[in-house]
Design a protein around this ligand. Structure first.
Ligand code: ARG
Ligand code: ASP
Length: 719
């Protein structure tokens, strides 16, 4: 068998797109068939059954989807949950006040009664997963229209999920895989009482801030600890004083033994979204049009925010979270387009496509089924690229102006009033706008937004063809000679969407004021841009998107049929996956080699008391000076902070447990390297690394820094 496989690989010598080492986000139910042997040959000492099993407890019973966007892992028999600091950030912030600033100072509950509840926060376990393709596609016929097909699929999904959770407290969802060639169901158990147990100060949990974000070498102590609570029957329940710590089916053991370069690593979690099977046309659009446009727009906005934040403390606080979130994907897209270029992804995809076509052309049936597939996709992308670009500009630039997005939230109420509704009939909506206004203006600076408005509108004006611009641009050209600063100044001084006082005046007498709203210059700007987008961009974008997805579904099927030298893993879609690789450094550029781990010494090297992001906490410095690392020191005597490995991860994998070959916890995943951010589209094994917080640093901070060592008594620690 092996010989045959080898012969096929040698024969198809132009296939450069075969699966590279460590690439892949695998479905736990197929590990035994697809990966177990490979994993064991790379250092896994246990079996696929230990990772996923529905008949006895297994590792999967300790993995949770944390708040829907991150991953968390259970590390004690009393429901202790470990995740990233940036995953618990919202909760830590919500408990913070100026007097009791948990973000700045950190927080440690001294006992269970001090643990802090977080309304709305959930932790979801996977009870089981199942291939439901046949059931979802039952009664789907070739002759059906897209709409009929879609409707039938949704009906089937609803029947199957209802049946699956009948008479239980479980939930269930079904997701398409391989562009809808397959469907899998996930039965879930969601806990709704998840309390904050501890978090380091931001000077540890966010050390390096946005400067170091997406970067290796890294020194961020990016972790926080929560606890899952259940009712007396160990079942999910809303928050109650009477709830008790959840008793998990499985507790992850923690290893203090450390890691070596080349060691096997495995990540278990909920990766969000990847697109690994795109055509060269799609990658071309992303690398050369979409990413550059989004990067340019965000860069423009960030420069304005940065300047205003540096000049004024109030603005700095108002915009710090917004800045971080805009900067996160700005940096990711910039890394992505560079990484795609460096990996020569477009040409590699082209070579693969040539090879694919050659295969198609050797077989009459394949030729009739798939002969036009790639040229059809190429044609679709020719028009799609343009609509996608307009959509990018609308979302990033137009909606990047805060007042425009804010004004948009008034459309429904203003429309209702214009159509003759009385304010009393829509009082609920009006009240909601009132409370939203308070939240919005708390973190809003009109002067900053005015500058953003001028700069971003100018970007649209300079980069989108005239006939595709909203009518308002014509007016700005005529009335203001395309001077966007003047235009912004005039609308921000007249609009009532730029101050809480004026907007509340409106909301206190909406019937008397809505006619004024219809003439408000920011409202008019929003209306003009929005109607252009809704009429001339979105419908075309959506219909092309549907057609492309359909073609991709066929392409995916054809690749799996014809190019059999490759193991196909489904794109990430926020479902539970396993990915494995090894501890490994890399060469970021010619002549430079990055080591695979960082240490506390590196934190001291980065220390800069005059830059917020690089302030080192005095207590941490004291421990460093005394070299008081206890059992957390490496054999070498150093205290390791983070390490990097070749696991294929993406957004959503944050907080994921990272295991050694014995399936002991060695760290918590929290980021990727900048050079490797293109891995969502194209995995380049030389450059793609995930960034992991060494669990020894986590426990060092809990124990030595925070003095919360009592938590360690709950854990299973292997020395
Ligand atoms: N880049 C990491 C991930 O996408 C961490 C983001 C949070 N940290 C930050 N400095 N913004 O999501
Ligand atoms: N930092 C990301 C997250 O929050 C992980 C990544 O994109 O690699 O999920």
């Amino acid at each position: 068998m092996k010989k045959i496989v080898l012969a096929i690989i040698l024969l198809s010598n132009s296939i450069t797109f075969t699966l590279k080492a460590d690439e892949g986000m695998w479905l736990p139910i197929f590990l035994k068939a697809l990966n177990e042997a490979d994993m064991q040959s790379k250092g896994l000492k246990l079996t696929a059954d230990d990772i996923y099993n529905i008949n006895k407890s297994s590792l999967k019973d300790a993995i949770v989807h944390f708040g829907g966007g991150c991953t968390g892992e259970i590390i004690s028999d009393k429901g202790l949950l470990l995740t990233n600091h940036h995953c618990g950030y919202g909760q830590i912030q919500a408990h913070s006040t100026v007097e009791n600033d948990l973000l700045t100072n950190g927080f440690w509950a001294k006992n269970q009664t001090e643990e802090l509840p977080n309304p709305g926060l959930t932790a979801t376990f996977i009870i089981r997963m199942e291939d439901v393709t046949a059931k979802v596609l039952a009664n789907i016929t070739e002759g059906m229209s897209d709409a009929e097909r879609e409707k039938k699929i949704l009906e089937n999904i609803s029947t199957i999920t209802k049946e699956a959770v009948k008479d239980t407290h479980y939930g269930a969802y079904i997701r398409p895989f391989y562009y809808g060639n397959e469907y899998y169901m996930f039965v879930t158990e969601t806990f709704r009482d998840v309390r904050l147990v501890g978090a380091p100060p931001s000077s540890i949990g966010k050390f390096g801030g946005d400067t170091d974000n997406w970067m290796w070498p890294r020194h961020t102590g990016d972790f926080s600890i929560f606890r899952v609570y259940a009712n007396k029957d160990n079942k999910p329940a809303d928050y109650s004083k009477d709830n008790v710590p959840y008793q998990p089916k499985y507790v992850i053991p923690i290893s203090l033994k450390g890691i070596q370069e080349g060691d096997f690593t495995m990540v278990y979690g909920f990766p969000g979204r990847t697109s690994e099977y795109l055509t060269s046309f799609a990658v071309d659009m992303i690398q050369n049009v979409s990413d550059p446009a989004k990067v340019k727009i965000r860069e423009t906005k960030l420069a304005i925010l940065d300047k205003d934040m540096k000049a004024n403390d109030k603005v700095r606080i108002q915009y710090s979270a917004k800045y971080a979130s805009i900067a996160n994907y700005w940096k990711k897209w910039d890394g992505e387009r560079n990484g795609l270029k460096k990996a020569d992804a477009i040409n590699k995809k082209k070579l693969f496509e040539q090879d694919f076509l050659a295969k198609v052309n050797t077989d009459d049936l394949a030729k009739s089924n798939y002969g036009n597939l790639l040229s059809d996709l190429e044609n679709k992308y020719k028009s799609f690229s343009n609509y996608n670009n307009q959509r990018d500009y609308f979302i990033e630039a137009i909606l990047g102006i805060e007042a425009v997005g804010f004004a948009y939230s008034y459309t429904a109420v203003i429309d209702a009033l214009s159509s003759g509704k009385k304010a009393a009939e829509i009082q609920k909506d009006i009240d909601r706008l009132k409370s939203n206004a308070t939240t919005f203006f708390k973190d809003y600076n009109a002067t900053t937004d005015e500058k953003v408005c001028a700069a971003l509108l100018k970007l649209v004006y300079d980069n989108i063809p005239k006939n595709e611009q909203a009518d308002i641009f014509n007016e700005i050209e005529k009335k203001h000679k395309a001077d966007f600063n003047k235009y912004a100044q005039s609308i921000y001084s007249k609009s009532f969407f730029t101050s809480e006082e004026s907007i509340l005046k409106f909301l206190n007498n909406p019937e008397g004021n809505y006619k004024k709203a219809l003439k408000d210059p920011i409202y008019l700007l929003m209306k003009s841009c929005y109607s252009k987008f809704a009429n001339d961009v979105l419908p075309q974008y959506n219909s092309l998107d549907i057609e492309i997805t359909k073609l991709n579904r066929v392409y995916m099927k054809a690749m799996r049929e014809l190019v059999t030298t490759k193991k196909y893993y489904p794109d990430a879609n926020s479902t539970l996956r396993v990915t494995y690789g090894k501890v490994d450094g890399y060469y970021p550029k010619d002549g430079v080699k990055y080591n695979y781990y960082t240490t506390l010494d590196g934190i001291m090297e980065k220390e800069n008391p005059s830059v917020d992001e690089f302030i080192v906490h005095p207590k941490l410095k004291e421990l460093y000076n005394k070299k008081d690392y206890g059992q957390y020191a490496d054999k070498s005597g150093e205290l390791h902070v983070a390490f990097c490995a070749s696991n294929h991860t993406t957004g959503g994998n944050s907080g994921s447990p990272v295991f050694n070959g014995n399936l002991e916890l060695i760290g918590t995943n929290f980021d990727r390297n900048w050079e490797g951010t293109m891995s969502d589209i194209f995995y380049n094994p030389n450059q793609v690394r995930n960034i992991i917080l060494d669990v020894r640093y986590t426990l060092f901070i809990v124990d030595k820094f925070a003095g919360a060592g009592y938590l360690l008594n709950e854990m299973k620690i292997n020395k």
